[in-house]
Design a protein around this ligand. Structure first.
Ligand SMILES: CC(C)(COP(=O)(O)OP(=O)(O)OC[C@H]1O[C@@H](n2cnc3c(N)ncnc32)[C@H](O)[C@@H]1OP(=O)(O)O)[C@@H](O)C(=O)NCCC(=O)NCCS
Length: 196
């Protein structure tokens, strides 16, 4: 099934946006990423581990929406801070990478563990122009994306969902489930004592 078909995107519940590979990103986008790269290396990457407020401040200066009590660790990587939203108490662990040409949203209390990769873009390889396609990733409230997992563009991880370590999530996952594997599948329902 083509990535341009509505049903392919139905799973992801978001409309893709397409960007010509030839023209790439706008100048402001490129300049923004270069400046952010310097700021990241100089002020973010080697900041002391407990300085979450400082790192949130830096990300906000570049347009990120970071709620209170978020913990974004110093070895986390964010491609475009202006496309990052972290709601209250969300966590991005060391070594996690947010590749976000489209928006990435971590809802309240969501956790992205070590080495996880949230990948909000791809290419339409069936189109001769090989355009970039982008779609929002949303990690639900209190959902946990465990270590070394990959979450692909357009995926929504439901509230209180757990994505097992090393999973590759290609489709949206329902709330209150343990999902794992490559491709990730629902393994079981979670009886969630945090939410009832
Ligand atoms: C998901 C996890 C929490 C285990 O949850 P659990 O409820 O104890 O699940 P179980 O171990 O009972 O496994 C249930 C089934 O899912 C499978 N499974 C569990 N985790 C899996 C994974 N990551 N990938 C593939 N399958 C997995 C098990 O093999 C088992 O399958 P089976 O029923 O066929 O035997 C754990 O496997 C995991 O991934 N932890 C993340 C660790 C991490 O990221 N740490 C860093 C932050 S501290």
């Amino acid at each position: 099934m083509k990535r341009t078909d509505a049903t392919w995107w139905e799973n992801r519940r978001v409309a893709p946006s397409r960007r010509s590979a030839a023209f790439g990103y706008s100048l402001p986008n490129k300049v923004g990423r270069v400046v952010w790269g310097f700021v990241y290396v100089l002020f973010f990457r080697f900041s002391p581990r407990p300085f979450h407020g400082w790192r949130a401040f830096l990300l906000r200066r570049f347009g990120a929406r970071i709620g209170p009590r978020c913990r974004i660790y110093s070895a986390a990587k964010v491609w475009a801070p202006w496309n990052l939203e972290c709601q209250i108490g969300a966590t991005i662990a060391d070594g996690a990478e947010i590749y976000n040409p489209a928006k990435v949203v971590l809802c309240e209390g969501a956790i992205v563990s070590q080495g996880a990769y949230l990948c909000a873009a791809s290419h339409d390889y069936e189109d001769p122009d090989f355009p970039v396609i982008e779609a929002t990733i949303r990690i639900g409230q209190r959902a946990w994306v465990a270590a070394r997992s990959i979450v692909l563009l357009g995926v929504t991880i439901g509230d209180d969902c757990v994505v097992g370590a090393g999973s590759v999530v290609t489709k949206s996952m329902p709330p209150n489930t343990l999902c794992a594997g490559n491709p990730a599948k629902v393994i079981k329902q979670i009886r969630n004592e945090r939410t009832g």
